[in-house]
Write a protein that binds this ligand. Structure first.
Ligand code: TXA
Ligand code: MG
Length: 377
């Protein structure tokens, strides 16, 4: 798809208030943003997950403008963001008891529900589907903007299609300056990975995209296990993911990326070191994203020494058990590799528990190839 020319004058406003407290100036800027959205314009805004690229959810032309600005295929539906529970039934034609149980527990917060769509939501917003994705973000800037916009903001992540979702305002500026009307800079996003998507149109509900709200947390509220969309898990290549966005090679850095799994840190480090040294000989620039155990094992190889030459970028998750840190830093590290023109990336596969499922899901989407260390070469 053709990208729109960088022809617009984009207002970039830095939020001044801290935490939940917004200043008078902030509120004025948010009001301007709300007015832009009401008139069919586009405003990027922070949420607790990643930055969103907002447009009026009831305006088919706003949806079209979002697709243009992102360079995104228009069959990939948008999430409708609301700011209060009583608005849910304006966008969803039926809200089951289970949906209310989840909403009451996890909203406002990083959970998106798929529900049957209300007539008022145009098919352009839902990518032609009769269902709608709805989420109530907890970020106070997001909530205020949605309120000033009249309550219903359709927003995908604010990146150009195929790039990692932006977790800092400067990445939104990189991708969207000149393409949209306004960017609200609210600093770094708290979580750094997109919301968990739960499909409530099937019973038991199913996770279409893992996120901060885990299968376990959902099951605890519902009193039954939730499923995982088999198409998303990708074990059977004939099944397509139910969330259209999950079928694309997504979150892709510019360099070729390999996700490296293995029985222990030593074996993973050996695999990475062997390949990286070969890549360096061939003139590649290498980016490594590993936990501290693999980093220690890599120390014994010559790889880190090459880091001094600037041809290896080593990014270490110091506390590799801290999944929040991994989630929080992942997209920024991938973008940094892009900025430094890294051509080969090796990332360690982190443990699958808790938030790890979401981290590994995004890493798999970013990586062209998954390697099992010890079984190859
Ligand atoms: O955390 C988030 O969810 C962020 C912030 C901005 O809220 N938004 C976000 O939007 O990640 P986006 O557009 O990048 O991802 C939305 C995902 C896509 O994979 C899309 O295919 C899926 O949600 N989706 C939207 N509507 C759907 C529907 N009706 N049925 C199935 N999947 C849907
Ligand atoms: Mg996205």
């Amino acid at each position: 798809m053709e990208l729109k020319e960088n022809a617009l004058q984009t207002e970039i406003y830095r939020i001044r208030g801290q935490g939940d407290a917004l200043t008078q100036q902030d509120l004025e800027a948010l009001k301007r943003g709300g007015d832009i959205l009401k008139k069919g314009g586009l405003v990027a805004f922070p949420t607790e997950t990643v930055y969103g690229l907002g447009g009026n959810a009831f305006d088919p032309e706003a949806a079209a403008a979002i697709y243009r600005a992102k360079g995104r295929p228009s069959d990939n539906p948008l999430i409708v963001h609301i700011y209060r529970m009583e608005d849910l039934e304006q966008v969803a034609s039926a809200v089951s008891e289970k949906a209310y149980l989840l909403a009451e527990r996890f909203w406002p917060g990083p959970m998106t529900m798929i529900l049957p769509k209300a007539k008022a939501v145009p098919l352009q917003t839902t990518g032609g589907l009769e269902t709608v994705a709805v989420r109530m973000p907890s970020d106070p800037v997001a909530a205020a903007l949605i309120r000033f916009a009249g309550g219903f903001v359709a927003a995908p992540s604010a990146n150009i299609s195929g790039r990692p979702s932006p977790t800092k305002a400067r990445y939104v500026v990189e991708d969207m300056d000149g393409r949209i009307d306004m960017i609200l800079d609210g600093g770094e996003n708290e979580i750094g990975l997109e919301s968990t998507i739960v499909d409530l149109t099937v019973d038991p509900p199913q996770i279409l995209r893992p996120g901060f709200i885990t299968a376990r947390m959902l099951a605890d509220v519902l009193g039954e296990d939730v499923g995982m969309d088999p198409g998303m898990l990708g074990k059977d290549a004939s099944l397509r993911p139910k969330a259209p966005g999950m079928k694309y090679r997504h979150y892709a850095p510019r360099g070729e990326m390999f996700l490296v799994d293995g029985p222990d840190p030593g074996v993973i480090a050996d695999c990475i070191a062997g390949r990286a040294l070969q890549d360096l000989e061939q003139g590649e620039k290498v980016g490594l994203l590993v936990g501290s155990s693999v980093a220690r094992a890599l120390n014994e190889a010559e790889v880190p020494r090459s880091a001094e030459s600037g041809r290896v970028l080593l990014r270490v998750i110091e506390d590799e058990g801290d999944q929040k840190e991994i989630a929080h830093r992942l997209y920024a590290i991938l973008r940094e590799f892009d900025d430094e023109n890294v051509t080969r990336i090796y990332a360690e596969k982190f443990p699958e528990e808790g938030l790890g499922a979401a981290v590994n899901n995004r890493m798999k989407k970013a990586a062209g190839t998954v390697l099992t260390a010890g079984e190859e070469r």
